[in-house]
Design a binder for this molecule. Structure first.
Ligand SMILES: Cc1cc2nc3c(=O)[nH]c(=O)nc-3n(C[C@H](O)[C@H](O)[C@H](O)COP(=O)(O)O)c2cc1C
Length: 170
């Protein structure tokens, strides 16, 4: 898919078919994630891929932002200890930015493969940390829910003229 077309036609998908996603495809998506820019190339991101339906149900129970029945979830996490070691006071901020950039790569790669995906920010951080067996230094930043799409949502409007300034904000 042509890049600008992929950027513009990617939609948040919240309804999925029952078709499973292969491990190969899920690994490829994470591989797209790790080619995102990374502050100082610190790569403090960590990716947990969840495909077990019982575990996905548990994730849903602690994530008010998840709708529908995804076939896989990728938890995009950051090792805040490593980020602080490598980037000092900026570590946590950079770790969150890195994780977000990786997430967008994953969303676009998923779209390119005909998958539907939605990034989820609404979840109970501590409960998710416990469920995924994450040590205290590894924080979940975003969840990405995935599956083959069972809906084609209309694109939500984007602003342009009113959010852009040249040279300085006026
Ligand atoms: C940081 C972040 C958190 C989000 N959290 C949720 C969420 O918890 N649940 C949800 O359904 N969508 C969530 N979204 C998706 C947005 O609602 C969606 O991107 C927006 O409505 C624009 O639609 P589009 O992605 O189809 O262009 C989130 C998006 C971002 C960037």
């Amino acid at each position: 898919m042509e890049l600008f077309e992929a950027i513009k036609t990617r939609r948040s998908i919240r309804a999925f078919s029952n078709e499973p996603i292969s491990q190969e495809i899920l690994s490829e998506l994470v591989n797209a994630g790790v080619w995102a820019p990374s502050a100082g190339n610190m790569q403090a991101w960590r990716f947990i891929i969840i495909t077990d339906s019982n575990q996905i149900e548990k994730i849903k129970n602690l994530s008010p932002g998840i709708f529908g029945k995804p076939k896989a979830v990728i938890a995009v996490c950051s090792d805040f200890d490593e980020a602080t070691k490598k980037s000092g006071l900026q570590g946590e901020r950079f770790a969150i930015i890195d994780a977000s950039m990786a997430a967008e790569n994953i969303l676009l790669a998923a779209h390119d493969k005909g998958l539907g995906a939605c990034v989820i920010g609404s979840f109970h951080e501590l409960a998710l940390q416990r469920l995924l067996n994450l040590p205290p230094n590894i924080k979940p930043i975003l969840l990405i829910i995935l599956g083959f799409p069972a809906e084609t949502p209309k694109p939500p409007k984007r602003k342009f003229e009113e959010i852009i300034w040249w040279e300085v904000y006026k």
